[in-house]
Design a protein around this ligand. Structure first.
Ligand code: FE
Length: 226
C-alpha cells in the first residue's frame, strides 16, 4: 500500500493519496483545487493511475479538485449518497465498500458536521473528514449540521472502532498529522462529556465566525469545483 498525506496551507486541509503497490491504482480523498498540479506530479513520480476521487462532504473552506482531476485523469468521482452534488458518479451508501485493486475502503455515514458527511475506513486507517478532528470535532452550525447527529456519529460509530485505529482528519490547524481512536477517547476535550445534551451544549456555544468564502465555496463544491 502506498500512502501520502498532503497539506494545503491556505485552508489547513489534509488530502490523502492511497494506492495499491501492485496494480498502481490510486485514490485521492479531499483534494484541493489549487493543488491539482502537485497531485498530478506526485501521481506521475509514483507511477500511479488515479482511478477514484472522494470528497468526504461538501466543504465550506476550500474548493474541491474532484471535477478537475476527473477532467485530467478520467477518474470516477465518489461521495456518500446524501450529497447534494448531482454530478457525483458513484454515490456510496453506509457500509458499502469501495475497491481499489486489492484494497477495500469502507464508507461510513457519519452526519453531524454536515448532513452529507461520510468517513472512510481502510484497514486501520480512518479518514474522518471533519466529523472527528485531532483534539476537536467538526463544527455543526451550517450546511444542515446537527450536534446530536455528530454525537451519534462520533460516539456510536467512530469511537467504537479499535483503539489503535489511525485517525486521519480533513484538517488540522496546529500541525498535528495523525492520532488514534484511543488517544482521542482519552484526550480530545470535546469527547470528555457524559451525555449527548452536554455535547450539544458545547457545540451550541462555540460562537465561531462564518468561514470567509463559504457561500462561493459551497456553490462551487456542489458542482465538484467545475
Ligand atoms: Fe467541513
Amino acid at each position: 500500500m502506498i500512502f501520502k498525506q498532503v497539506f494545503d496551507q491556505k485552508s489547513s486541509t489534509y488530502t490523502y493519496l492511497i494506492a495499491s503497490s501492485e496494480g498502481r491504482e490510486a485514490l485521492i480523498i479531499d483534494p484541493v483545487l489549487e493543488n491539482v498540479d502537485s497531485y498530478i506530479k506526485l501521481l506521475s513520480e509514483l507511477n500511479l493511475k488515479l482511478v477514484k476521487v472522494i470528497d468526504t462532504h461538501i466543504h465550506a473552506d476550500h474548493v474541491t479538485a474532484a471535477a478537475k482531476l476527473k477532467d485530467i485523469t478520467q477518474c470516477s468521482t465518489i461521495m456518500g449518497e446524501h450529497t447534494p452534488a448531482e454530478t457525483v458518479e458513484i454515490k456510496v451508501k453506509d457500509d458499502e465498500y469501495i475497491n481499489l485493486d486489492n484494497l477495500k475502503i469502507r464508507a461510513m455515514y457519519t452526519p453531524g458536521h454536515t448532513s452529507d458527511s461520510y468517513s472512510f475506513l481502510m484497514d486501520n486507517y480512518l479518514f474522518s473528514g471533519d466529523t472527528l478532528l485531532i483534539n476537536g470535532t467538526g463544527r455543526t452550525d451550517f450546511q444542515n449540521g446537527n450536534a446530536k447527529d455528530a454525537y451519534n456519529s462520533i460516539f456510536n460509530k467512530l469511537l467504537k472502532l479499535p483503539e489503535d485505529t489511525l485517525l486521519y482528519p480533513a484538517h488540522d490547524y496546529k500541525g498535528e498529522k495523525v492520532s488514534t481512536i484511543g488517544k482521542e477517547k482519552k484526550f480530545n476535550p470535546r469527547l470528555q462529556v457524559s451525555s449527548v445534551d452536554e455535547y450539544i451544549d458545547i457545540m451550541s456555544n462555540l460562537n465561531l465566525k462564518k468561514p470567509v468564502e463559504i457561500d462561493t465555496n459551497v456553490s462551487k463544491n456542489i458542482k465538484l469545483g467545475a
